[in-house]
Write a protein that binds this ligand. Structure first.
Ligand code: SAH
Ligand code: DHB
Ligand code: MG
Length: 217
């Protein structure tokens, strides 16, 4: 299988199951225009996050790593009108683009974006959150996991993006701090008796990567 084929299948599945949507497309377009990196979750992945949030009846969601707000919109749309989503973004340009995209999607009342390093914002938040999506700077994943557990309750679903990185995650000697951050993140999840977890490798328009899912027990 090649990247071309993975992308073609993703396009087919997206066309069949994930109808295109003006606000989501506008969010990606505005992100491109502003020169943001193309690192948002794919449409099928965004819808997976959305369906998981709805499945657990989430009323409060924490997201670490907003970028242009694409995954934020998917997640916030899973919430009831009295729900809340808190999203954390360090980069001022990303935050500004995201705020505009979130408002354009009609979600400004549900979403609170804290601009600044996530570790600073996390210390100010009150939990528990029903779902926590970790998708920012990978070297900080171990610290984000510690906060996620603190801001959780039994039943909280913690999800981490980009845990495979083209397979680099299997290399214990990797000099890449992103890989080391993800490896430590996985180890800490495995060691924590309060977490019951699995991970899934994914292919598609974003290449070869994966998600980790941990349930707080
Ligand atoms: N969740 C987004 C993608 C996030 S990309 C989506 O799927 O649509 C990762 C984001 O984390 C980038 O916008 C980057 O600026 C941000 N980031 C990097 N370091 C950070 C930090 N220390 N605190 C908060 N955000 C950070
Ligand atoms: C990168 C980060 C992401 O969150 C992502 O989904 C894809 C790539 C990156 O840092 O390269
Ligand atoms: Mg990601």
């Amino acid at each position: 299988m090649t990247q071309e084929r993975w992308t073609a299948v993703d396009d087919y599945l997206t066309g069949a199951l994930v109808p295109s949507d003006a606000a989501l497309e506008a969010a990606l377009d505005a992100s491109d225009v502003a020169g943001l990196p193309r690192e948002a979750v794919s449409p099928t992945q965004g819808k997976l996050l959305h369906l998981l949030a709805r499945s657990i009846g989430a009323k409060s969601i924490l997201e670490i790593g907003t970028l242009g707000g694409y995954s934020t919109i998917w997640l916030a749309r899973a919430l009831p009108t009295d729900g809340r989503l808190v999203t954390l973004e360090a980069n001022a340009t990303h935050a500004e683009v995201a705020r505009s995209n979130i408002a354009n999607a009609g979600l400004a009342d549900i979403v609170t974006l804290h601009q600044g390093p996530a570790l600073d914002s996390l210390a100010t938040l009150a939990g528990p959150f029903d779902m926590i999506f970790i998708d920012a700077d990978k070297p900080s994943n171990p610290a984000y996991l510690e906060w996620a557990v603190k801001l959780s309750r039994p039943g909280t679903l913690i999800i981490g993006d980009n845990v495979v990185r083209d397979g680099a995650v299997t290399d214990p000697t990797s000099a890449d701090p992103k890989v080391q951050g993800v490896r430590r993140f996985i180890e800490l999840i495995a060691e924590n008796p309060r977490l019951d977890a699995t991970a899934l490798q994914t292919v598609g328009s974003k290449g070869y990567d994966g998600f980790v899912l941990a349930l707080v027990t």
